[in-house]
Design a protein around this ligand. Structure first.
Ligand code: MGD
Ligand code: MGD
Ligand code: SF4
Ligand code: MO
Length: 741
């Protein structure tokens, strides 16, 4: 007997609705859900393979506990007892900072990752917090924190209405978009072209996205801040600045003008390796477009001036009147976000409230650079990290100098991993707690609804019941929280009850809330849902911007209402949110924050510099996902290969042949990898994807280990960080390439 069910795809930020076919307890097929209010049937090869991923025989189905040095299967009770016995003594003897919390990317794709890590951190109060954000989007958080007073207020390109899209260092044709949730990004780009809009792509590689563009500029990696500053220079010089309708809510534009002085198109042409005339034209086109959106991603973020570049992206939108207006950059309003309130000044965003122990890196958003995790473990002294809680993280592959981190993790007193795989990182854990496969978990996009190009809300319940004894990941993470507090054995539902109690207590005390003055206990009794996680979802929906407000608006959202709409509820196109959204001390968009101005001066010193030698950049393949989809046979092979792409001119000069082996050497180490000669990379640039290097012993990844590839991050010692955000420089790194004979 086969049946179908709906399940939102958890594999990338596009959040496509899937229709899965089930035969007994297996997903036998997955296709796009044509009735999904947002994704409308779109699916990519990863989503289609969800069944294969779900049923991967290498997936752990029982906890592992280290006994006499060996990881062996244990019961859940034994595993949690081991977690408490391992972590509590470290906290008691050395304080919370001795426990590192390491959070990886899938936390933004799971319900558990959205709901529990913040509770864990609030309880543990460790400053040793390291996440994938500091090898990813932390520059954007810092930029938003400084500009808008809220690091989570990230504007997205209004893809479906814009007349002009300038993409900087992103390849949504393969990544399906990031910090811009847009199922069928490819279709949305094609629609932009069809309605006469213009697409420009800045990327050292002629990516599949660049191939769709009206214009592709193959910039020298790491120089985008110079390019964008020069565009701003042109806007001011040619009188093209027009703050538009939001002008009354923007301050410090004249300071930006002063900062941009000297960054002329002619001065940046050499370092960027772009004609000055093109730079000028880019600025004029942006100003002339009826509406325009600027969008930067990994290539604009994991670079030496990542925060500055992220800031410049938004400043270009502001100066051309394109922030917070249809067709420009807009702020989504998520159904589980805070309800809008009257505009008022806020507390602003502080940076560097504390510093890392070894290198003195400033915190950003209460996080320390994950590139500094290894040194925090392996450098002796007071305050050393001695234990780690890793949730959905594989930093041995995703972070610079995996070999050092590998050794550091092996030296810990105790480590627990919440992870479905025994991989390069979790193999160091003393306890591995495997979550159930996607089919057996619920899905709600807490993170990505706040980054979506259309306001909408969707929820899917598990399509299959949990296997006997297997806890949901929400329960795993709740129990982990209890263990950290020395309360193993207590009911994990207590964690949700506590969160609900606190949140309702705040709501009833808030004069702007529809539940102001009511009794928290009475409201809690109204919540529906099968478990604590669903009750929390119900609470957030009811109190959110579209919520029914516990009876205040009978038409509003609640869990029950959402469950009545299995394909989701469309909440309309993005709408302006300034000034209510701003939390800066001035209550305005603060266009020229002091830390940014200082970075601009550091950049100014680069104006004359033209690097020689090869620069390394990354790339993503459509059928891959960071480090953890290489174990799915259907996604391996074909173009999804770990090769170093080299331009034909460089290949000829260096004596490299297509398919032949080459040695790459960076400041962190060297790797040997097959060459792929292709003119899709510009001369002077080579490209190697990340997430490979599955050849370490002690893992259980049969398919991945058969075609392991090499770890690009081993080339990188991790010494270079974007100073404001602590984000590792992963793109534009100097590299040596030689043939292997
Ligand atoms: N050189 C280079 N390095 C990079 C990048 C780059 O562009 N170039 N990109 C960076 C970016 S953007 C990111 S986000 C990071 C990612 O870095 P990480 O988050 O460290 O790496 P992932 O490969 O996403 O690993 C995710 C882990 O989560 C586990 N997992 C999968 N599903 C679940 C689940 O449902 N629950 C739990 N608990 N675990 C699960 C997987 O088995 C895996 O161990 O890598 C970064 N590293
Ligand atoms: N298929 C697939 N999809 C994914 C992922 C995946 O691994 N595979 N990972 C997911 C994650 S975690 C993230 S964060 C997103 C990332 O989403 P994207 O940022 O769209 O993905 P990338 O392919 O890394 O694109 C970065 C582009 O920047 C270019 N680049 C490198 N250096 C520079 C530079 O200095 N300047 C400019 N202008 N460009 C530069 C690279 O050539 C590359 O084309 O993708 C998500 N989606
Ligand atoms: S685009 Fe992303 S969300 Fe959509 S099916 Fe593919 S992996 Fe899943
Ligand atoms: Mo990412």
């Amino acid at each position: 007997m086969t049946r179908t069910a709906l399940r939102i795809c958890p594999l990338c930020e596009a959040t496509c609705g899937l229709t899965v076919t089930l035969d007994g307890d297996r997903i036998t097929a997955a296709r796009g859900d044509r009735d999904d209010v947002f994704s409308k049937g779109f699916v990519c090869p990863k989503g289609v393979s969800l069944g294969e991923l779900d049923a991967d025989p290498d997936r752990l189905t029982r906890p592992l506990v280290r006994r006499d040095g060996e990881l062996t299967e244990a019961t859940w009770d034994e595993a949690f007892a081991a977690v408490q016995a391992g972590l509590r003594p470290v906290v008691e003897a050395h304080g919370p900072d001795a426990v590192a919390v390491v959070l990886g990317n899938p936390n933004v794709h799971t319900v558990a990752g959205a709901l529990y890590p913040s509770v864990l951190l609030a309880g543990l109060r460790s400053r040793s917090v390291f996440t994938a954000s500091t090898v990813d989007q932390m520059p954007k958080h810092v930029s938003s924190g400084l500009l808008y007073g809220d690091p989570l207020a990230i504007p997205v390109p209004d893809l479906d209405r814009t007349d002009h899209l300038l993409i900087i260092g992103a390849n949504p044709m393969d990544s399906n978009g990031s910090l811009c949730t847009a199922p069928d990004f490819p279709g949305r780009i094609r629609a932009l072209r069809r309605r006469g809009g213009r697409l420009t792509v800045i990327d050292p590689r002629r990516t599949r996205t660049a191939k769709l563009a009206d214009e592709h500029l193959a910039i020298r990696p790491g120089t985008d801040a110079l390019l964008l500053f020069a565009m701003i220079h042109v806007l001011f010089e040619e009188g093209l600045v027009d703050l538009g309708e939001r002008a009354a809510h923007v301050i410090q534009a004249d300071e930006v003008e002063r900062l941009a002085a000297g960054f002329t198109p002619e001065a940046v042409a050499g370092p960027c390796d772009l004609p000055a005339a093109s730079v000028r034209r880019l600025a004029r086109e942006l100003a002339a477009a009826d509406s325009a959106a600027v969008y930067g991603r990994i290539g604009a973020s994991t670079v030496e001036f990542g925060t500055l570049t992220s800031w410049l992206v938004d400043v270009l939108a502001v100066l051309t009147g394109n922030l917070d207006r249809p067709g420009g950059l807009m702020f989504p309003l998520s159904a589980t976000g805070a309800a809008p309130r009257p505009a008022r000044p806020g507390r602003g965003f502080a940076l560097g409230r504390w510093r890392s122990r070894v290198s003195g890196h400033p915190e950003a958003k209460s996080e320390l650079p994950i590139a500094a995790l290894a040194e925090e473990i392996d450098t002796p002294g007071e305050g050393r990290v001695r234990a780690a809680v890793a949730i959905a993280a594989n930093p041995v592959l995703s972070v610079p100098d995996g070999d050092r981190l590998d050794a550091a993790l092996a030296s810990l007193d105790f480590m627990v991993s919440v992870d479905p795989y025994l991989n390069e990182t979790s193999r160091h854990a003393d306890v591995v707690l495997p979550p159930p496969p996607p089919s057996r978990g619920a899905h709600f996009d807490y993170t990505f609804n706040a980054l979506a190009v259309r306001n909408q809300v969707r929820y899917t319940r598990p399509v299959l019941p949990l296997a006997d004894g297997q806890p949901d990941e929400c329960v795993i993470q709740a129990r982990l929280i209890l263990c950290l507090g020395g309360q193993d054995g207590a009911d994990p539902a207590l964690v949700d009850a506590m969160v609900i109690d606190t949140a309702l207590g705040k709501a009833v005390a808030d004069p702007h809330s529809p539940v102001h003055g009511r009794q928290p206990a009475e409201l809690a009794a109204e919540l529906t849902g099968r478990d604590g996680a669903e009750r929390r979802l119900d609470m957030m929906l009811r109190l959110g911007p579209y919520g029914e407000g516990f009876g205040a608006d009978p038409e509003g959202l609640s869990l029950a209402r959402l469950l009545d709409h299995p394909h989701g509820i469309d909440l309309g196109p993005l709408a302006p949110r300034i000034p209510a959204l701003l939390k800066t001390p001035s209550g305005a968009v603060e266009l020229c924050p002091a830390p940014i101005a200082a970075e601009a001066e550091r950049l100014r010193a680069r104006l004359g510099a033209v690097p020689d030698g090869l620069l390394l950049v990354g790339r993503r393949h459509l059928r891959s996902n960071n480090s953890w989809l290489h174990n799915v046979p259907a996604l391996m092979g074909g173009s999804n290969r770990c090769t170093v792409q080299v331009h034909p001119d460089d290949a000829a000069r260096l004596g490299l042949t297509d398919g032949g082996p080459a040695r790459l050497k960076g400041d962190g180490g060297e790797v040997e990898v097959p060459v792929e000669v292709t003119d899709t990379v510009r001369p002077g640039v080579v490209s190697l994807p990340h997430g490979w290097g599955h050849d370490r012993p002690g893992t259980r990844l049969g398919v991945a280990a058969a075609d392991p590839g090499v770890n690009v991050n081993q080339l990188n010692a991790g010494r270079l960080l974007d100073p404001l955000s602590g984000t590792a420089v992963l793109n534009g790194l100097p590299i040596l390439l030689t043939p292997v004979r």
